[in-house]
Design a binder for this molecule. Sequence first.
Ligand SMILES: CC(C)(COP(=O)(O)OP(=O)(O)OC[C@H]1O[C@@H](n2cnc3c(N)ncnc32)[C@H](O)[C@@H]1OP(=O)(O)O)[C@@H](O)C(=O)NCCC(=O)NCCS
Length: 185
Amino acid sequence: MSPFEGNSFSFPTQGENLVLPSAVELKKEPPKGEIIFRKAKPRDMVKIHSLINHFAKEGLLLPVSLNRLYDVVRDFWVAQVGDEVVGCAALHITWEDLAEIRSLAVHPAMHGKGIGRKLVKLCLEEAASFDIKKVFVLTYQVEFFKKMGFREIDKKFLPHKVWNDCLNCPKFPNCDETAMLIELG
Ligand SMILES: CC(C)(COP(=O)(O)OP(=O)(O)OC[C@H]1O[C@@H](n2cnc3c(N)ncnc32)[C@H](O)[C@@H]1OP(=O)(O)O)[C@@H](O)C(=O)NCCC(=O)NCCS
C-alpha cells in the first residue's frame, strides 16, 4: 500500500515495502554522446546525489541527503550525456542581491571538457535573470573559480544567514573553504 493512500500518512517501515532509491556507483567509463545542459528535474536527483556524494567522500563537497536535494530541485542545472548526469551545479538564492553556487560537480571521467565552466556560466546567467548582482561560493577550487571571474573575499562579509547552513555542516566551526565572490555587471 502506498504511504499516501487513505486520509492519514503512514510511512512504511524498513523491510515492509519501503522503496527508496539509493545512491548508485558512478560508471568508470565516460558516457559517449552530445552534452546537453538543462534545468534539473526530480528524476535526476538520485544521479545528482551519487555525483555529489562521490566527491563528498573525497572531502571536496559537502555531503547532502537525497531528502534535502528534493527540496532544492529547482536550484539545479545538470549536464547530461545519454541517460547519465555528468555534471551538476546549484544556484541558491540567499538574499535580495546575493546567491550562492553550490554542489558543483563534474563526473571524474568528464573533467577538462568545459562542463564545469558552462554550469557556472548558466548559474551566473540565471542569477542575472533574477537581477542578482553578487554570487559567492565556498570552495577548495580557488584557481578554477578565479578563471570563472571570482575573487577571494573574507568570509565575514557574507551575511549571517549563510552561517545557518554552516551550523549543520560536519566541518563547523573549522571551515577551511575559501569564500569567493563575483559581481555581475
Ligand atoms: C572543479 C570542477 C567542477 C571543474 O570542472 P571541469 O568540467 O573539469 O572544468 P572545465 O573543463 O570547465 O575547466 C574550465 C577551466 O578551468 C580549469 N580547471 C578545471 N579544474 C581546475 C582546477 N581544479 N584547478 C584549476 N583550474 C581548473 C581548466 O583547465 C579550464 O581552464 P582553461 O579554460 O584555461 O582551459 C571539477 O574538477 C569537479 O567536479 N571537481 C570536484 C568537485 C569540486 O571540487 N567542485 C567544486 C565545489 S565548489
